[in-house]
Design a protein around this ligand. Structure first.
Ligand code: PMP
Length: 329
């Protein structure tokens, strides 16, 4: 076996709970029928792009967080990889709202996947179709419930992030996650919750599935987009919220050792939300628990997504109750 029992990866929170429908190329199909042929281009060559979006239960019903921004990033990813999408942002947004509605979910994770399908073989994608699937299911906290309050122990990975002229980090492509898998498996095997990748030059880049923020002397630092990071939607959210709260924030190159001497470190991501880091390479960060700036940002963030604070940026797309508008074909 390549994994040890204590690597923490065999927890049931990761098990998929099937829902009724998956959206496929403009129609809803049963969950079980969302299958691809093993010789689809994507399987051999990793030609997929995807998104991860959360829908939250708010007092006025389910609402999808920053839906259009996620779809825009998906459109960007598809442009980078020359995968032309036959749907507009509006059509995709409508499809995702309808998907949550037909599956009758209050809160869930939404996973659109665009892939090069079946037909021809060879590295050049050729005439293989571009297929779009969108699934959703119920999903809990990514790094665990208590991680949001207590913080997680992380390490610097021995694997570097994608170098700029190898794989484009701004695209959320399936292939990028081979790098993420190496980082995450190594971290978990060594007893850490997550690993942080450095960029090609050795500066802090990001976690295997999260952007990273470092606080020192009341100022927040986060790596710039040029440091091989995914342009995270939660990253952007935190940048805006910090501005609103009057907390200074800079996008700047961060040397590794800055993590060791930081007052606070936290991750952001759709799955991880805002998760404090309490140690890096076994060096305690600040007081070894969630710091005050992390907590203020969490309060602001969860206030908006729980519908308890005003949605002043229009970040929430409501999922209306009632019969689906789009016919189920
Ligand atoms: N970096 C990587 C590598 C990720 O996979 C994610 C999760 N999508 C993030 C950062 C955070 O991005 P977002 O806030 O848009 O979820």
């Amino acid at each position: 076996f390549f994994f040890q029992a204590e690597d923490g990866i065999r927890d049931n929170t990761r098990m998929l709970t099937p829902t009724e429908k998956i959206w496929f190329n403009g129609r809803f199909i049963p969950w079980e029928e969302a299958r691809i042929h093993v010789l689809s281009h994507v399987v051999s060559y990793g030609s997929s792009i995807f998104e991860g979006i959360r829908c939250y239960a708010t007092p006025s019903g389910p609402a999808i967080f920053r839906l259009r921004e996620h779809i825009r990033r998906m459109v960007d990813s598809s442009k980078i990889y020359r995968m032309e999408l036959p749907y507009s942002i509006d059509q995709l947004a409508e499809a995702m709202v309808e998907l949550v509605r037909v599956n009758k979910l209050q809160s869930c994770y939404i996973r659109p996947i665009v892939l090069r399908g079946y037909g021809e073989m060879g590295v050049h994608p050729g005439a293989n179709p571009i297929d779009i699937y969108v699934a959703c299911w119920e999903w809990g906290k990514y790094l665990g419930e208590e991680a949001l309050a207590e913080g997680v122990d992380v390490c610097i990975s021995s694997w570097a992030r994608l170098a700029p002229n190898t794989l484009p980090a701004l695209a959320k492509a399936g292939g990028n996650y081979l790098n993420s898998q190496l980082i995450r498996m190594e971290a978990n095997l060594n007893g850490y919750a997550e690993g942080i990748g450095l960029d090609e030059a050795g500066f802090v880049s990001e976690g295997s599935g999260e952007n990273i923020f470092v606080v020192r002397d009341g100022k927040i630092h986060t790596p710039p987009l040029g440091a091989s990071v995914l342009p995270g939607i939660t990253r952007d959210t935190v940048i805006r919220l910090a501005g609103d709260l009057g907390i200074p924030l800079v996008e700047t190159l961060i040397p590794r050792e800055m993590l060791y001497i930081a007052d606070e470190v936290f991750f952001t991501g759709t799955a991880a939300e805002i998760s404090p880091v309490r140690s890096v390479d076994r060096i305690v960060v600040g007081a070894g628990r969630r710091g005050p700036i992390t907590e203020r940002l969490q309060k602001e963030f969860f206030g908006v997504i729980d519908g308890l604070k005003p949605d002043r940026y229009g970040w929430l797309t409501p999922v209306p109750a009632g019969q689906p508008a789009m016919a189920e074909k």
